[in-house]
Ligand binder design. Sequence first.
Ligand code: SAM
Length: 246
Amino acid sequence: MHFDILTLFPDMFVTPFEESILKRASSQGFVSIDIHNIRDYASDKHHVTDDTPYGGGGGMVMKPEPIFRAVEAILEEDSSESPPIILLSPQGRVFTQKVAWELASNPRLVLICGRYEGVDERVRESLVTDEISIGDYVLTGGEIPAMVIVDAVTRLIPGVLGDPAAAAKDSHADGLLEYPQYTRPAEFRGHATPEVLLSGNHAAVELWRRRKALRRTYERRPDLLRLADLTEEEQAFIDSLRARGE
Ligand code: SAM
């Protein structure tokens, strides 16, 4: 997977990709990331990338020309692919684990980070193929959303996580939140690890985990249960929680 990230603040990306799993994913060749400074594609001598909005109002708007030129130059290097060109925007479709899986199926992604009051509308109209929001709030720029997407997508690439099945067991992978996790010591400040997890009985552990995942989702995110793929027995378990008023 190759990521091209277009930004006015390339230095923001120096350390986030240099730690832990993302660093290993990159050094082992699972991902490569190019950070492109939009300012380098401004044609005037002062490298201006923003201007005041037509119609008045405060703030600045990112000019279309440097963004178009940056994307065109990047894609010209390898015209064999037409990767998704994604604008990070609080007005985009909301990024979820499902969207992360969808993006992970591409060999290449182009991510455009907005700043200030956002980007000129013509970038949205005729350059980008997708707009993604990381949630219903407004950040100062698209750099952190771009990092969120790179992180969430990279860990789904086969081989990146030590345990190949780990991503499939995570929260949101199958529409449920994950079960509670424990590690040593078995007892900590009077709080014991559930016996079943120490029993060595794998079937009992799996059943306990599934029930806990169902209960946790029911308690914290009942909205997710509407779309979760549950067996009849699991649905009956949820119904019993509801009937008991838990
Ligand atoms: N005026 C814009 C609006 O109301 O829709 C918000 C602009 S915001 C201050 C500047 C940039 O930050 C945006 O162009 C976008 O790239 C990024 N951004 C802010 N919040 C975001 C979010 N929730 N998800 C993705 N990108 C976001």
